[in-house]
Design a protein around this ligand. Structure first.
Ligand SMILES: Nc1ncnc2c1ncn2[C@@H]1O[C@H](COP(=O)(O)OP(=O)(O)O)[C@@H](O)[C@H]1O
Ligand SMILES: [Mg+2]
Length: 390
């Protein structure tokens, strides 16, 4: 890929498929590096589209709108996985630059293909098997406890079913799926990896993810993770190996399990910036969003060093009925030093919708382990003071 060497403005025009919060955080970073942005999203004035140079209204399987987007942009990337990859492949074959490549997205969209690719590259993953159609007998024969995953279309825990000691037929997911061993994990980790067009890779410090019990939505994030340094090193090298196995270019979020016996297993990969990387905006010298722009534009990658131990907490919708979003209680977040409020600009709130996040950055030369524990309590309290209830 040719690097950007001259810098007349705009340096380039970046297309972004998807106008959610990830696009909203990507757009200012692209602008800072001199790029215009065009967002494709079906919702008028989407969180990302509102900040972009322009928004095209259209769905992610609308071949005409996808063509309009990539035709007007130097490079097109995405912040969402549910895109028609056949349409993208046609546009790529015509010479349009789409990064990460549609072939990478196609593998990741299918959880079975993704796991097969990782396993073939020697990346440790939970033991798994294809399940072409719902089949309680075959599931029981695989052995319990197990996790059934729809091959396509799942996110934030939708499309994942856990069977602990019996396969209840009504709870079996319909359609083509896979089953895998239920992992009794000590914690869930994530490693963000950036890979440039020249194959150079950079990973950020390993983070620990804590999920909200009510749904599989990320609740809290600790950076660095409270694990031994050797495990952290191993997690980073496995994550890099996983992205190399896919030959992906851009920023990728790699989710892992640390088992109670100290084993690291890769769970899944997101071909985009990731919720587990929001802390890098204030916590690192190069955020995941800036790095993604650099990687897809062929610019040099930035350092992934952290500035200080950092934690963040997602602000989720806490109302039962969908309603216009009015945030209450943000004063303490705004008045606490080193705390940062991120508001995604979603006009409506509903239960568990990702509405924003709060990041709290620790002291620069503190002891990482005790700092993150203290910071965690503090960020949780700040976040718990926010509500959408009137
Ligand atoms: N093999 C497994 N063992 C135990 N828990 C799992 C397993 N696979 C997934 N989970 C749990 O379900 C969550 C969602 O599964 P994941 O495969 O990451 O799907 P999604 O696309 O919804 O993020 C994980 O974050 C983890 O908490
Ligand atoms: Mg996941």
């Amino acid at each position: 890929m040719s690097a950007v060497r001259s810098r007349t403005l705009p340096v380039a025009r970046l297309g972004i498929i998807g106008g959610g919060q990830l696009a909203r955080m990507l757009v200012p970073e692209a602008a800072r590096l001199g790029c215009e942005t065009v967002v494709l999203d079906p919702t008028p004035a989407s969180p990302g589209g509102e900040l972009a140079t322009r928004q095209i209204e259209g769905t992610f399987d609308d071949a005409g709108r996808l063509r309009e987007l990539v035709s007007g942009c130097t490079v097109t990337t995405y912040e969402i996985e549910t895109i028609d990859t056949d349409a993208l492949r046609v546009l790529e074959a015509e010479g349009h630059r789409i990064i990460p490549a549609p072939a990478v997205l196609a593998v990741i969209q299918d959880k079975l293909l993704q796991k097969e690719r990782l396993a073939a590259a020697g990346i440790p993953v939970p033991e798994f098997r294809a399940l072409d159609e719902p089949d309680p007998m075959a599931m029981a024969a695989f052995g319990l406890p197990l996790v059934q995953k729809a091959r396509r279309g799942g996110y934030d825990g939708r499309g994942v079913a856990v069977f602990t000691d019996v396969v209840i037929e009504e709870q079996v997911l319909p359609g083509p799926s896979m089953v895998e061993r239920y992992i009794d994990y000590r914690c869930e980790l994530a490693v963000l990896v950036a890979r440039g067009g020249d194959g150079e890779t950079r990973s950020w410090p390993v983070v620990e993810m804590v999920f909200d019990d009510r749904a599989n939505v990320l609740d809290l994030l600790l950076a660095p993770a409270r694990i031994e340094p050797e495990l952290a090193e191993l997690a980073r090298s496995l994550a890099i190996g996983a992205v190399e196995a896919l030959e992906g270019v851009g920023v990728f979020g790699v989710e892992l399990f640390l088992t109670r016996s100290g084993e690291l297993l890769v769970n899944e990969i997101a071909p985009r910036t990731h919720n587990s990387g929001h802390w890098t905006i204030e916590g690192c010298h190069t955020s995941q969003f800036e790095q993604h722009v650099r990687a897809v534009m062929g610019m040099a990658l930035g350092t992934t060093e952290r500035r200080a131990p950092t934690v963040s907490a997602n602000v989720l919708g806490d109302v039962e009925e969908r309603q216009p979003a009015t945030l209450v209680g943000e004063e303490s977040v705004l008045s606490t030093p080193r705390s940062h409020l991120h508001w995604y600009g979603k006009h409506d709130v509903y239960e568990l919708r990702k509405m924003g996040h709060v990041t709290l950055v620790g002291g620069e030369d503190g002891d990482a382990e005790s700092d993150t524990d203290d910071l965690l309590g503090e960020v949780r309290a700040l976040r718990d003071g926010l509500t959408f209830r009137q």
